[in-house]
Design a protein around this ligand. Structure first.
Ligand code: ZN
Length: 394
């Protein structure tokens, strides 16, 4: 047993006493529960598993209180096997302790973050930097969510002033009207996470990921100019449709220009039409529900990428959310052979039986990341996620 195991039983996990003195841990919804035999002092011990003490220390304290250490081991092992108990990495623990309030906020985020397979996920999030281009009705709530989810540095770039319709739950407020949007967005992030680093990145330092919230980022020359060559994710609302993706890992997955070339193939007029779409600042758009669901979905994709938790759904694909049902619809955007990004050269299909849907085609919705697709993808910080060649399984 090492001191690196710090058992955490979330404070909200029910501990329910039966008539015979047994203790039921969890098991009141669709997740597994565990029934433990009556042992004096066990409920108190379980309630004290806050992730701040090592398993060794928990065991030693139990022994001092007259409990059998082997019984404690067995109870913790059973809780682990049912997924009720998670073990915090000491590095995560250190990263969550910047004062009692920050620690209290982290405690409710940690159980979910530690479900990711990587080690010290919370600390890694704290070391990550995400830039959100555009303090829009999607961008600002998204930035706030990322900060609250432990991303250490979140920078919102925007040169405009807040308009009345920019106000949205979790983002800019009605009182922000007329203020610089970048400053108002920073305040929104502070409300969600006061200790998040909001400073702009130094020149030449690329973020781990840039989120583009403009409605037609692929056709926007400013986006192309501002690109630092790092990973990008589109998260926007076009008209009434929320769009998340593609998540672009340069050289490894299809890029925004790949998608634009597919649109050009389908309609030769596209370049001239697209130029008109980005000719002026887009007005605020999207209902509150559409914008927040888009931001939520995008935040999940960002965290999956930062956590190295398998292949995000939006690699080579977009997910669209259309009212009134707002159910996710996936569209595939494979690498375009004429694009100079190099992704087409890495996405050859060795299996002739697999037939890919045409570019932009809708495919059945997929609410979670496919396990088979997770396996061949890996990511390194500042590095690339490499989808396995020939996969067309979304
Ligand atoms: Zn490309």
């Amino acid at each position: 047993m090492s001191d690196s195991v710090h058992p955490l039983l979330p404070a909200a996990t029910p501990l329910l006493r039966g008539d015979d003195g047994t203790v039921q841990v969890g098991g009141v919804d669709s997740t597994d529960g565990l029934l433990l035999d009556p042992v004096p002092g066990l409920p108190r011990l379980l309630r004290a598993l806050d992730g701040r003490r090592s398993h060794r220390r928990v065991r030693a304290e139990a022994a001092r209180n007259g409990m059998d250490p082997h019984l404690v081991d067995a109870a913790l092992a059973a809780l682990r096997s049912t997924g009720l108990l998670t073990d915090l990495d000491p590095a995560d623990l250190l990263a969550s302790g910047a004062g009692p309030a920050a620690s209290a906020r982290a405690v409710v985020e940690l159980p979910s973050a530690t479900q990711s397979p990587g080690s010290a996920v919370w600390r890694a999030r704290g070391l990550s930097a995400v830039v959100v281009e555009g303090a829009t009705r999607v961008g600002t709530p998204l930035a706030s969510m990322l900060a609250a989810s432990g991303v250490g540095r979140v920078v919102v770039r925007d040169s405009g002033l807040v308009r009345a319709a920019d106000a949205i739950v979790g983002g800019l407020t009605t009182e922000d009207e007329g203020r610089p949007r970048s400053l108002a967005a920073a305040d929104a992030i502070r409300r969600a996470s006061p200790l998040t680093d909001l400073r702009p990145l130094p020149a030449g330092v690329a973020p781990d990921l840039t989120v583009l919230t403009g409605p037609w980022a692929a056709s926007d020359p400013l986006t192309a100019e501002g690109s630092d060559g790092g990973a990008q994710l589109v998260a926007t609302v076009r008209g009434e449709t929320g769009v998340v993706g593609p998540l672009v890992v340069p050289g490894a997955t299809s890029c925004l220009r790949c998608g634009d070339l597919h649109r050009r193939d389908a309609d030769a007029r596209w370049p001239r039409l697209a130029a008109q779409l980005v000719a002026s600042e887009p007005p605020p758009s999207g209902s509150t529900l559409t914008c927040l669901l888009t931001a939520l979905l995008a935040a999940g994709q960002v965290l999956a990428y930062l956590d190295d938790a398998g292949a995000p759904l939006t690699l080579d694909a977009t997910v669209e959310l259309r009212p009134p049902d707002l159910l996710p619809r996936v569209r595939r955007w494979p690498a375009h052979p004429s694009c100079g990004c190099g992704a087409a050269a890495t996405s050859g299909n060795p299996d002739p039986v697999v037939v890919a849907p045409p570019p932009g085609a809708e495919v059945p919705p997929q609410g979670t990341m496919d396990g088979e697709r997770v396996q061949p993808c890996s990511r390194t910080r500042h590095g690339a996620a490499l989808p396995g060649a020939g996969e067309e399984d979304v």
